[in-house]
Design a protein around this ligand. Structure first.
Ligand code: ADP
Ligand code: MG
Length: 358
């Protein structure tokens, strides 16, 4: 493998995982397109060096615009972007220390893996021998050195992703920016590829900022999840924090797995797997908050059964939420197999309810 014989001064990435990344800070970062409401509205965010950050939110919330401003592919209306100790807000893309990985990897189909990886060095005027040596080194680094001569069409999806990674790394970025890199892949490959992205991020020690609309993908990947809505950051935290303590109704609904319930005391979120079902004929669980309900739907999901319910009776006025879902483990379902039309008590312990802002 040529990687081991390459002089270290030519090595395009540091040989160890230490301190290759840099922290990013967004300060009141804003993007306006014309007169409309800002696409990105004065967001503040600090991303730790060497961490995996996912920007998450529904289509149109401003994720790509934010990423493009960091990349230097979109001008900033106001605010600042700091990378390490540099203010990069107005630097050209190539001078920032960032690199971008696009959806479906966007490799040039007519170029070999080696030439794809070497491409941006060619644009920067690096001579052929030098850029090919560096590209080969990076392909070796991602275990693709032996396939350097192949074109993208002759590589599997996983191999293409590694070539795309090597291509992004060749300019020695401190921050890798990824815009929905997995969303065009089939579900099986997507899960494989995200595990690989996570592994490379840890191995390289770079800061990754990954845009996705999939809460599942963000939870699987992120050290820090940043949930956006209408150009604002609504919540920042670890996946565990965001899933277990969504700050408001939007985050609870977007993350899924929660019932949002309007109680006499206000709005609360209760995880669908923290709710209890008991047959209506049995006494209601005394220590819990209970509602009479009827089963409207039963969906088998393998390890669990998703039970849809409609609440009934007087409590429906106080608890104005009518639709619920309960994730019922397969083992529990085997013991009490509820069916559509069954009357039940739907209940939850007070401590399972997490208060939400409206
Ligand atoms: P996301 O990536 O979260 O789906 P975007 O950042 O692409 O969202 O878009 C945020 C908002 O900015 C959307 O309302 C979109 O229509 C608008 N927008 C994005 N790019 C442009 C543009 N070049 N010109 C005008 N409006 C744009
Ligand atoms: Mg987008």
């Amino acid at each position: 493998m040529r990687a081991h014989s390459a002089p270290s001064s030519h090595s395009p990435v540091s040989s160890g995982p230490s301190a290759a990344g840099a922290a990013i800070e967004l300060v009141a970062l804003t993007k306006r397109y014309g007169e409309a409401k800002p696409a990105v509205d004065a967001i503040n965010l600090r991303i730790a060096s060497g961490s995996y950050c996912c920007l998450l939110g529904p289509s149109g919330c401003g994720k790509s615009t934010t990423l493009r401003m960091v990349a230097g592919h979109e001008s900033v209306s106001s605010g600042d972007i700091l990378l390490g100790d540099r203010n990069i807000t107005n630097l050209p893309a190539a001078a920032r220390g960032t690199a971008m990985m696009f959806q479906s990897f966007a490799l040039f189909p007519h170029l070999s893996a080696l030439d794809n990886v070497a491409f941006s060095l060619k644009m920067r005027g690096v001579d052929k021998a030098m850029r090919q040596q560096q590209a080969q080194h990076l392909l070796d680094r991602v275990a693709m050195g032996h396939l350097a001569a192949r074109k993208p069409g002759e590589l599997s999806g996983g191999q293409q992703q590694r070539v795309a990674l090597a291509r992004a790394l060749i300019t020695q970025p401190k921050v890798l920016l990824l815009d929905e890199p997995l969303s065009a892949l089939d579900p099986f490959l997507r899960i494989q590829m995200r595990a690989e992205l996570r592994r490379w991020q840890k191995e390289l020690g770079l800061t990754f900022i990954h845009v996705t609309h999939s809460q599942e993908e963000a939870m699987a990947l992120a050290d820090t999840m940043v949930v956006m809505d209408h150009g604002h950051i609504v919540q920042t935290g670890t996946p565990h924090e965001v899933y277990n303590q969504p700050v408001n109704e939007f985050v609870a609904r977007f993350m899924g797995g929660h019932n949002v319930i309007r109680t006499p005391d206000g709005l609360v979120g209760v995880r669908t797997d923290h709710m209890q079902l008991t047959p209506a004929a049995a006494p209601a669980p005394a220590h819990d908050l209970a509602l009479p309900a009827v089963v409207t739907d039963v969906e088998y999901q393998g390890t669990y059964v998703l039970v849809g319910l409609q609440s009934l009776g007087a409590e429906r006025t106080a608890h104005s939420t009518a639709e619920f879902s309960v994730m019922w483990s397969e083992a529990r379902f085997a013991q009490s197999p509820f069916g559509v039309g069954d009357a039940v008590h739907l209940s939850w312990a007070a401590q399972a309810a997490h208060p939400l802002r409206g």
